[in-house]
Design a protein around this ligand. Structure first.
Ligand SMILES: *[C@@H]1O[C@H](CO)[C@@H](O)[C@H](O)[C@H]1NC(C)=O
Ligand SMILES: *[C@@H]1O[C@H](CO)[C@@H](O)[C@H](O)[C@H]1NC(C)=O
Ligand SMILES: *[C@@H]1O[C@H](CO)[C@@H](O)[C@H](O)[C@H]1NC(C)=O
Length: 443
């Protein structure tokens, strides 16, 4: 009697142990598992709510730890000028990002969120960040290696703030100087813009040569990049911002598309869709260019993100039929939506559409697979938090040695404005518009 009870007890114990080990070991959490195994394992565990959460990017003002965990939010952004506090330090940024990340990691599956910011000429939203020249000036240098080094410095200054994703580079080809955002374009010449996609390799690191189409981020001192705005943003009618790019297919492919080929070869992690239209059709609803061309023909394997309230603008006036915007945008092949405020509406609309077979589950799975691929590739599951040892990188790329490696280059090229720069002048100490009594050169 006694011995059989002991046997029974030890069997029960063993059973419990097996269950425990099983519950603890999840393939997706194991960095030794191949990428596809990790993604499929995690995707297979996810509910619809968890999947749609991954596709949702919200503004930092909404991103409490509670909201992150309740809605399984996959991504957060800082819109222009959206900062944790005036003159926030690298440490202030990092604690804010870490707090949100704790919310994400507290969920059932513990999928880390990815935080994105418009680090387009240095980490320009952060106080005291090094401010590099805008793209128009960098294009004028005709020096892709300089641009790459600016990407490397920017990656460090973004990581200094605990952030792992930069919405850069803008690879617009500005064809009309009346466009108010022409300075965000490297050149009117597509060849110059193609050459300057080195910024991607600076931000993300050098992708192996067989990486074409696959997202690449070389570890926790690099950041995910974003080629934008797909496609034709620099070709709008009379240079009107976000307007209609009237051009035939040959023109679009030979002027506005080439830099996307280079970006994809460099393993760019994400592509942002343009507010503009192509021959009257909003890019955010363009199934042919997003799904058939970018994803299927060019074999882009990262994720496609909207611009800020980008799907809202599918309708005129914007947001007048948001459920239609969701249907058209997700249907076109968009993977992550920069909502960024009305996120419960986005989640409710998309959930309804999937439950009612308006959007097929296969479309959701494609989106989430791509988002998870970027997150796994960049090591976000292994290193979800800010690295405090990088805090000192913020604003560190203008002094002494760094000044020589970056700025002396401009001086040599007789960009005489840079010879005027004092040691703090290129630091981000003011919000736009800048008072002219300050140094006018760098902001
Ligand atoms: C997000 O924050 C904005 C600004 O504070 C607020 O108006 C909006 O209601 C918030 N969104 C949600 C879904 O709570
Ligand atoms: C282009 O701009 C004009 C004038 O502002 C406006 O009426 C039109 O709706 C815009 N078109 C698109 C596609 O944005
Ligand atoms: C909004 O769009 C949906 C399609 O998603 C359509 O069924 C509905 O009729 C539209 N509503 C209005 C008010 O136009």
């Amino acid at each position: 009697m006694g011995s059989s009870r002991n046997k029974f007890t030890s069997l029960l114990l063993m059973f419990c142990l097996v269950v425990l080990v099983r519950a603890e070991y999840a393939k997706y959490k194991d960095p030794k598992q191949p990428l596809a195994v990790r993604i499929n394992d995690l995707l297979g565990r996810m509910t619809l709510a968890e999947k749609i959460g991954q596709m949702t990017q919200i503004e930092r003002v909404n991103a409490t730890a509670e909201a992150m965990s309740k809605y399984f939010i996959g991504s957060v952004l800082s819109g222009g000028g959206s900062v944790p506090a005036p003159q926030a330090s690298a440490g202030d940024w990092a604690s804010m990002v870490n707090e949100m990340q704790k919310g994400s990691l507290s969920t059932r599956l513990g999928i880390p969120m990815i935080y994105g910011i418009d680090a387009v000429h240095g980490n320009n939203n952060a106080y005291r960040a090094t401010i590099f020249p805008h793209n128009i000036g960098l294009g004028a240098t005709r020096d892709p290696m300089l641009v790459k080094r600016i990407g490397e410095a920017t990656a460090l200054e973004v990581r200094a703030t605990g952030i792992s994703y930069a919405f850069a580079p803008c690879i617009a080809v500005c064809r009309d100087p009346r466009w108010g955002r022409c300075y965000e374009s490297y050149s009117e010449d597509p060849k110059v813009v193609q050459a300057m996609t080195t910024l991607i390799s600076g931000l993300q690191g050098d992708a192996p040569s067989d990486y074409t189409g696959r997202p690449y981020v070389g570890g926790s001192k690099k950041v995910a990049a974003c080629a934008k705005h797909y496609v034709g943003d620099g070709g709008t009618y009379m240079g009107i911002n976000a307007n209609n790019t009237i051009i035939d297919t040959h023109g679009l492919m030979s002027i506005h598309m080439p830099a996307y080929y280079n970006s994809i070869i460099r393993g760019v992690s994400t592509v942002m869709v343009s507010y503009s239209s192509w021959n009257g059709e909003k890019m955010h609803a363009n199934h042919f260019l997003i799904t058939d061309f970018l994803k299927n023909k060019l074999k882009f394997r990262g994720f496609v993100i909207t611009d800020y309230e980008g799907i809202d603008q599918i309708t005129s006036p914007p947001g007048v039929n948001y459920s239609y915007s969701v249907e058209a945008g997700i249907g076109a092949g968009i993977d992550m939506v920069m909502v960024p405020f009305a996120y419960t509406e986005f989640i409710d609309d998309l959930t309804y559409q999937v439950k009612n077979n308006i959007i097929p589950m296969s479309r959701i799975d494609d989106a989430v697979y791509r988002i998870l691929r970027v997150k796994f590739t960049m090591g976000l599951f292994e290193n979800p938090f800010a690295d405090p040892s990088l805090a000192g990188e913020l604003g560190s790329h203008v002094s002494s040695e760094q000044r020589n490696s970056f700025l002396s280059h401009f001086i040599r090229l007789d960009y005489s404005i840079f010879s005027d720069v004092s040691s703090s002048a290129c630091r981000n100490t003011a919000k736009l518009p800048v008072k002219l009594s300050g140094n006018p050169w760098c902001c």
